[in-house]
Design a binder for this molecule. Structure first.
Ligand SMILES: [Ca+2]
Length: 202
């Protein structure tokens, strides 16, 4: 057991104001020192010994400590449990140098949605969440706001959606139904929907 690395890991957490707790992964290849809520320290020394030459890299998310870094997809996100219109939600994310959740990347989408679908927070499945996806520019042609990519494929729509009800539904939200999050279109000014901001590592 690499007790010395664990000690150094705790020391780095102690010195970092944004680190509330840490977890040390004993792994001879990565030797990851994972701080919470959003500080990650990697020990770069390939040996199992901490030496004066051991280097540390700090990874933190743009947007501050409310953002979680997901190592598997190298992205950060923050679930905002506040209700806003699509426009206000987008502004909120932008104010944190972030953007509304963009699922244009297949790997990111499948990993994150797997996480959310299996989330054990009893409240999360009752929330609706804005996605950064609209057809504001051209009816029926959905585009991810952040990446400017067109919706690839048929999407993950709820039964009967998108229906563009009253010809005025141009923003996409997701809600939990039948065991997973699915999408619907709704008026962008609807102001009772939570949202998820996404950001990069600093
Ligand atoms: Ca609809």
């Amino acid at each position: 057991m690499d007790a010395a690395s664990r000690v150094v890991c705790s020391f780095h957490c102690l010195l970092d104001k944004t680190c509330e707790s840490f977890f040390y992964h004993y792994d001879s290849s990565t030797k990851l020192c994972e701080g919470h809520p959003s500080v990650y320290l990697y020990l770069s020394d390939a040996s199992n010994q901490v030496s004066p030459h051991t280097q540390y890299y700090k990874i933190a998310c743009e947007g501050g400590p409310s953002y979680r870094y997901d190592r598997a997809i190298n992205t950060c996100y923050s679930v905002k449990e506040i209700r806003r219109s699509w426009y206000a939600a987008q502004l909120h994310c932008q104010s944190e140098k972030a953007w509304l959740l963009d699922l244009s990347d297949h790997q990111v989408a499948s990993h994150l949605m797997n996480n959310f679908n299996n989330y054990h927070d009893p409240f999360l499945i009752y929330y609706w969440f804005w996605l950064g996806l609209t057809d504001l520019q051209s009816e029926g042609n959905y585009v991810w706001s952040h990446s400017s990519k067109a919706l690839n494929g048929s999407g993950n729509w709820l039964p009967g959606e998108p229906d563009n009800a009253n010809t005025n539904q141009h923003c996409v939200y997701m809600r939990h139904q039948d065991g997973r999050f699915q999408w619907g279109d709704i008026e962008c000014t609807t102001d009772f929907i939570e949202f998820i901001c996404q950001s990069i590592v600093v």
